[in-house]
Design a protein around this ligand. Sequence first.
Ligand code: ZN
Length: 140
Amino acid sequence: MSDLQDAAPRSAGEITSYHAHIYYDPATTRPEAERLRTWIGERFSVTLGRWHDVKVGPHDQAMYQVAFAKEVFAELVPWLMLNHGSLSILVHPNTTNPRRDHLADPLWIGQPLAVHGEKLPEETELEQASAPNTTPHLRP
Ligand code: ZN
């Protein structure tokens, strides 16, 4: 009990930005992932990452990354909850501990998938959100 009593809560100030990893099956759900990507780009100021049709890093399925600033979270994440369709999405904070960010502290939209945290470091440089590469012109 003394450990619990001594612990102070972590500050949300640790979070510098967020990622949403949008998973799909190249054989069946890639068109759905393409449509969602188009919708996101039309509505949100984010950085759309490359398509990874094969597994990379800790990810257990094909996916692309959506990187976004803290200020975008409150609009984008609820929108993803309503529009993910059959796709699984991992939303995680970026702090100095990528393993904890992906394994212990994320949220899932849709069906949760395996994440191979052993492939992630427990210490890294803080990642600021990169410059958006979308030009939103529609309301979310
Ligand atoms: Zn990530």
